[in-house]
Design a protein around this ligand. Sequence first.
Ligand SMILES: [Zn+2]
Length: 487
Amino acid sequence: MRVAKATLKNGRTRDFVVVDDPPSGTMKEVFFTTDRKEVVCFYKDADAGRDPVRLQRLEAIVGKYNPTIPRSEGGGAQNDQDAAYYRNLFCWPTAIVTQPRFGIITPTYAPNFFFSEGPLKGNEKNGSWFTLTKPRSILAKFAPSELGNWRNYLALCIQMARSVARLHQAGLAHSDLSNNNVLVDPSKGCSVVIDIDSLVVPGLYPPDVLGTKGYIAPEVLATMSLPLKDPNRKHPSARTDEHALAVLCYEYLLLRHPLAGKRIPHANTAEEQDFLTYGPQALYCEHPTNNANRPIDLNYLSATALGPALSELFRRAFVDGIQHPNQRPTASEWVKGLVSTWDALIPCINSACSSKWFVLSNPKCISCPVCKAKPQIPIPVLKLRSEVRPGQWMPDGSLVAYHNCSLFEWHAFSNKFPGPASNRTPLAYCVWHGNQWLLVNQNLPSLTSPGGNRVPSGQAVALTNGTMFKLSQEKDGKIVQVELIQP
Ligand SMILES: [Zn+2]
């Protein structure tokens, strides 16, 4: 094993293993440290280290904007818990390398973001393995468990939207979000954002990044041929990330590109065709009034099957937001919409179903949109309300219950929202028992029955149609109103 020393800008050193043919991307060559916990990425461009803006940008990224290091240690995370949470969502650079060449150090990706067996062993789990028809069929043949179930795709979208929301909250933008720069693991429902060295950093000139075909925002594509410093040229920003995030969510949840339908624009070159497909004239394949670009598969699953929250976010992103970047949903709105959709999921009763889960999108006609199986027992919808003024209870979310589903603090209290600081201890769970639905108390100290009696831990409230009860007597405690939907 040949070992060399990398000198960091902070004066420390790291030993790395020299190989003749290192893994390499368009910008960087990658070498593992001797303990394989980190990688040393050297820029291929020998002059990269001489660009003062790039250096300033990297210093800010590694330092004060770094959400994986607590503020007390010079990073941007609120505390250790916050930092640990975001270490799972980002592969964030930890140091700048000055010798023998200019580069950065990043943690290695968690092993679950590499295929571990079969002919794909060692390959990164790039999103296109899971969203394109041919690669999916290869996985279905050689590694079917890698495909995961639909709920895991929703879970990985929530993680991805949280990562992007965290960047934007700090004033940063990724600039090149794509299936290449967000690795996914649908078998576990996880995602990790990588290639974080070209972020848009407040106060510094944006990086000269073009983005990736299919994810570049229409306004960037439209002004790409203008000189870099032309005031009309549109640069990567939080708004362009919002376009890419919407495309990625659409691809993972519906397995097709939202702008690439059956319409084939009249074009003389491939570039012109891309421009017409993805540029300002792009047409959403589920445009509500223009059906010219419908999906090629006639039996396509519509975004409406994902429920009103997500289909409306997609409409805003791909109808309003194509030409009006400020009308795109923000990453935080995506988090909210995806999380509320999570609470509308029910398991498919068909054990052979490829989706395994679906969204209860139309209470009048409940069936799995993938395999068409219908539930056999009533489905309880827990409509949650919180008190905005004394005695005035307003709708505050809902939870579609299924056998053994849990309620958490963000269901029971109006001042809680699922996030890095959430307590993930289940407070109660729902079961189908003796031909009825029950909500069994686990950790709700003042759960109160419809009749006004305290329900101690281990005891249950029956979930019958129209029942109303308090999850907690505390100030922010919500009430539940039950609606039983007959199959
Ligand atoms: Zn099904």
